[in-house]
Write a protein that binds this ligand. Structure first.
Ligand SMILES: [Cu+2]
Length: 179
């Protein structure tokens, strides 16, 4: 008899360990403990949120319908360093050649970029291959709205933006304030 008991004891232990009573318990109890764990770690997640990329929605209009009137609706745009900038650019011009874009450049480089862009010509969208270019919108024809996305410089400072359509840079330029 004792021998039989000893021989089935490992089997009993095996069955018990495969099916411990805790697992049979209320599944909601398990859920509750998960919720508690989430709640306990929530403050840490909130702190981590500040490291997520911030999104900045900006809007800029191109105004005027001739070379003397053309201008951007703002001469300053502002964003947070490293944020994802989503810019909507609305060309309110009516007639050709009221063709505009927005090109963001390194500090003080707007004129250089615009002159290089004019040399690139229409086939290259008036955008030069240059390290001074941070981001460029598509060209907006009269009445057109274009959108662009780019990551703002991570270094705070005063950057430039400019229209690179030939000759427009003098009247169409501004400052991107990166804070
Ligand atoms: Cu322009």
């Amino acid at each position: 008899m004792k021998k039989l008991f000893l021989s089935i004891l490992p089997l009993m232990l095996l069955l018990w360990s495969c099916n411990p009573p805790e697992v049979e318990g209320d599944p909601e109890a398990t859920e509750t403990s998960k919720d508690t764990a989430t709640a306990a770690s929530a403050p840490i997640l909130e702190e981590q949120d500040t490291t997520l990329q911030d999104i900045q929605h900006l809007e800029l209009h191109a105004l005027g319908n001739n070379i003397e009137e053309i201008r951007y609706s703002k001469d300053t745009l502002e964003t947070k360093a490293g944020s994802l900038v989503k810019l909507k650019f609305i060309n309110e011009g009516v007639d050709m050649p009221m063709v505009h874009n927005v090109v963001f450049t390194a500090p003080g480089k707007y004129k250089q970029v615009a002159l290089a862009g004019a040399r690139v010509g229409a086939s290259g969208n008036y955008i030069p291959q240059s390290e001074a270019v941070i981001a460029a919108s598509p060209m907006a024809l009269p009445g057109q709205t274009v959108e662009m996305e780019f990551t703002a410089p991570t270094k705070p400072g005063l950057y430039d933006f400019v229209c690179t359509y030939p000759g427009y840079w003098k009247r169409m330029n501004g400052v991107l304030v990166v804070k």
